[in-house]
Design a protein around this ligand. Structure first.
Ligand code: 5CA
Length: 438
């Protein structure tokens, strides 16, 4: 994309309503605009990030055998009456009426709808397990929407739902999902630590929240630093084997990690002092086993091995896809602006033409641009070099390919790594190889 043509309205002034870095930077860099309280439009560069995150989330869901569906945002109130949640949900639910006075709602989550869809399609325990997910907009009329996309009213969520014939199956599904989450967050370039969460009346240890460490997080967190050092992408787990899944789950859960609500000083004291990490965290995912709560309340069963009705054991698994954009920024930025992890960056590199109109400089820039017009942002504007440097740092592309008349004459490019500030003087070919290989 040529920056001279791009719809990327950057702002010089920091908007006063934005209290935290990610919100300020997303507005300043032209990624989002607010259209109503807690509701945002995603502009092209912001949308590219959102899509990159969704793609990685999707690939890791598919890798554990989950199948993607897409359910509507608008649901009927009757569906929610069947589980008893229509009245219980309260003012966070946005309720609507159509022209026939039928009651509808904008989905805050989809347990009821997926359970109903499942019930209409699956008849026998032999068809289990089933794992379904979607990536779809949700609406919750939060009392205090704040911090931009971090706590919005409309937000983009991956929600997955598992259906198993028995508790042992549900545990396997839960552990597979835990693995998919750890791999997803690692690929996104952030470390989200799984922490035991409240299971309510169901009990057990099958509820975890995933938190990214950041000073602006809403929860206090305590965890063993060893958790951040694990490489979940190369962890050998056979997802079809119960023992392998159990060994993996034990490895994750034996490290201490808890939010302030669940913090246990005695267990904390046993973590070696040098490995204790204490701070604040942003919840980017939540996984939850809830047994037969919805299948029973909604009367959805399949025929069991003995022919009697069997209520599937279920779990639901959320990832805050739009919240992740803010959370990644909270964990990765500096005074000058955004610092995108490679995997989610809107563009891999910015090409900075320091002298538009100079034939040699233009020629080198065009050569670079031709090698990746889809993945490079070419700053071809008639602006001063200083403006281009500042904007490139603000937008946070992982690489900057800086081309001025002097280098252009001998065919060299100055390559800058945004995250470290390292600079390399390279030929056009070597610069491209380094950027495209990274
Ligand atoms: N039904 C379950 C899982 S499918 C559920 O809704 N869980 S949740 O309430 O924890 O939401 C899942 C994730 O969505 C959260 O971990 C969080 O990352 C994100 N999320 C929740 N509320 C908001 C919000 N108001 N703005 C942005 N993201 C949100």
């Amino acid at each position: 994309m040529r920056l001279s043509r791009a719809f990327q309205p950057t702002l010089k002034e920091v908007p006063s309503e934005a209290q935290i870095a990610s919100h300020r930077l997303m507005l300043r860099a032209g990624l989002i605009r607010q259209t109503a309280a807690g509701i945002y439009a995603w502009l092209p560069a912001g949308l590219r990030v959102l899509r990159n995150i969704a793609r990685i989330v999707r690939e890791e869901q598919d890798a554990i055998g989950a199948q993607e569906v897409l359910m509507p945002t608008i649901q009927s109130a009757d569906l929610w009456r069947r589980s008893g949640r229509y009245d219980a949900y309260g003012p966070e639910m946005l309720r609507l009426k159509d022209r026939h006075e039928r009651e509808l709602l904008y989905g805050p989550t989809n347990e009821e709808m997926i359970t109903d869809l499942f019930g209409g399609a699956v008849k026998s325990y032999r068809e289990l397990p089933q794992v379904l997910y979607q990536i779809q907009w949700k609406f919750r009329d939060e009392v205090r929407p704040r911090f931009g996309v971090m706590r919005g009213r409309e937000f983009f969520m991956k929600d997955a739902y598992t259906f198993d014939a028995d508790y042992e199956g549900a545990v396997k599904s839960y552990r597979r999902m835990m693995l998919a989450y750890l791999r997803t967050f690692q690929r996104l370039g952030v470390r989200a630590v799984p922490m035991v969460a409240d299971t309510g009346p169901i009990g057990g240890n099958l509820s975890h929240e995933f938190l990214i460490l950041a000073p602006t997080g809403e929860s206090g967190v305590f965890y063993d630093a060893a958790l951040e050092e694990q490489d979940w992408l190369s962890e050998p787990v056979d997802i079809d084997d119960s023992a392998s899944l159990a060994a993996f789950f034990d490895k994750v859960t034996h490290f201490y990690a808890a939010t302030d609500e669940k913090h246990d000083e005695t267990a904390w004291a046993e973590v070696p002092e040098g490995r204790r990490r204490e701070g604040r965290g942003i919840e980017v995912g939540h996984i939850f086993y809830f047994g037969t709560k919805y299948s029973e309340s909604m009367g959805i069963s399949v025929s069991g091995p003995d022919g009697a009705p069997l209520y599937p054991e279920m779990g639901s698994y959320g990832i805050g896809v739009s919240r992740l954009v803010g959370a990644i920024i909270e964990a990765s930025h500096d005074e000058a602006g955004l610092i995108w992890p490679d995997a989610v960056a809107p563009y891999k590199a910015a090409i900075l033409n320091l002298k538009p109109g100079d034939p040699a400089t233009d020629a080198v820039c065009e050569r670079l641009y031709a090698a990746g017009a889809e993945i490079f942002l070419y700053d071809d504007r008639a602006e001063r070099a200083g403006v281009k440097f500042n904007d490139a740092d603000l937008m946070g592309h992982p690489w900057q390919m800086i081309v001025g008349p002097r280098g252009a004459k001998d065919g060299t490019v100055e390559l800058k790594r945004r995250a470290t500030g390292e600079r390399f003087e390279l030929s056009v070919e070597d610069a491209l190889a380094k950027v495209l290989g990274a």
